[in-house]
Design a protein around this ligand. Structure first.
Ligand SMILES: NC(=O)c1ccc[n+]([C@@H]2O[C@H](COP(=O)([O-])OP(=O)(O)OC[C@H]3O[C@@H](n4cnc5c(N)ncnc54)[C@H](OP(=O)(O)O)[C@@H]3O)[C@@H](O)[C@H]2O)c1
Length: 335
């Protein structure tokens, strides 16, 4: 059993706790919140027995093997580093960190603390339907491009429109559409097609300086991939990967509920399964497998692949952000 603590008490943490408990491999033991009463009320209903308002206390608790970090994006780096330096497991919500300099520092910390493990909770790459697409891409004769969309109106955009600056729409917290939703599409592109040679990001910035929506173009040697991202619009557009006459059509490039392969004759074949009711179960199961048997060669290989992937996705997001001239607070040009 993996005893875990949490940082962040929003709905996404609840979803991860539910997923983790559903696997039967994890047990929530401790909760950190800036507010002790909140730690207690959130934690007690989920079976936790320790409640903290100091992160160090949570991390140093001997009944905490792993920490799930679901704080605002800009805090991920320092918190993950602290967990690694305590020789524990850090499960960090996407996006892992804000830029490659931070990623390099996490790598250095991992090198110094070989007992520690680091995971980015990029949920959809762990799902069967994601793998089904990758397999289908591998079987197609030629790829000629893709158009991937993930655009969901954020409940926090109402607050932005009222004149506030919610974390997710703030440069201070490394927010914006690319970081928040584009990360899923960046994972799609890197996993299915590899790293692009050249990128451009046409960001539609909002008052706070982050991108509310935008179009990214990833140039590969033989084709382009277009990413359509938004947090201030809703889109029901399907996403597609183009072969020659064949294609893969998915209802949503980040949620992957229904995916079809359409062959050269126009025959449609469903390649997806019904997704699990909680989309975080697959990652919670995968992480548990590696945490419980890190020396198993398949687990070690998967773990290294996830780290490499996360590093590349971070690099891609950073390159897109630079191209879109979006700079987070206190981020030096060379970061
Ligand atoms: N995988 C997914 O499907 C998914 C979905 C949604 C979000 N996420 C990720 O989860 C993370 C959290 O997102 P969110 O929307 O929940 O963020 P959020 O509401 O802005 O903050 C998350 C938590 O951090 C704490 N917090 C809030 N403001 C803070 C501040 N100024 N300083 C320090 N702590 C603060 C709060 O916990 P306390 O009040 O208890 O301290 C809050 O519950 C993000 O990285 C996001 O990308 C992932």
């Amino acid at each position: 059993m993996i005893n875990f603590g949490i940082i962040g008490t929003n709905w996404i943490t609840q979803q991860y706790i539910d997923a983790a408990h559903a696997t039967g491999e994890w047990k929530l033991t401790a909760v950190y919140s800036r507010n002790l009463e909140k730690a207690y009320s959130f934690g007690e209903k989920n079976g936790a027995t320790k409640f903290y308002d100091q992160i160090e206390d949570l991390i140093n608790d001997k009944n905490v093997d792993a920490v799930y970090i679901a704080s605002p994006n800009s805090l991920h780096f320092a918190q993950a580093k602290q967990v690694i330096e305590a020789d524990k497991v850090a499960v960090v919500e996407k996006p892992m960190v804000a830029n490659p300099t931070e990623w390099e520092q996490l790598d250095e910390a991992l090198e110094k603390h070989p007992q520690a493990l680091l995971f980015e909770a990029a949920r959809h790459i762990h799902e069967d339907n994601f793998r089904a697409i990758r397999n289908q891409v591998g079987q197609m004769k030629l790829i000629q491009g893709a158009t991937l969309t993930y655009a969901k109106y954020s409940s926090r955009y109402d607050s932005y429109l009222e004149g506030h600056e919610p974390n997710i729409f703030s440069l201070n917290f490394a927010g914006g559409a690319l970081q928040d939703l584009g990360v899923y599409l960046a994972y799609d592109a890197v996993c299915w097609f590899g790293m692009p040679e050249e990128v451009a990001y046409f960001a539609q910035k909002i008052r706070t300086g982050v991108d509310g929506k935008g179009i990214a173009i990833l140039r590969y040697p033989e084709f382009d991939v277009t990413l359509n991202i938004g947090k201030n619009i809703n889109s029901e557009l399907s996403s597609e990967i183009y072969g020659v006459k064949d294609s893969i059509v998915m209802d949503n490039a980040a949620e992957l509920n229904r995916v079809e392969y359409i062959d050269e004759e126009g025959n449609r074949r469903l390649i997806s399964d019904d997704p699990e009711s909680n989309p975080m179960i697959a990652e919670a199961r995968d992480f548990a497998r590696v945490i419980q048997d890190p020396d198993n060669h398949i687990n070690r290989k998967d773990y290294q692949n996830w780290l490499d992937l996360s590093r590349n996705v971070n690099k891609l997001l950073y390159n897109l952000r630079q191209n879109g001239k979006i700079y987070f607070t206190n981020e030096k040009e060379e970061d």
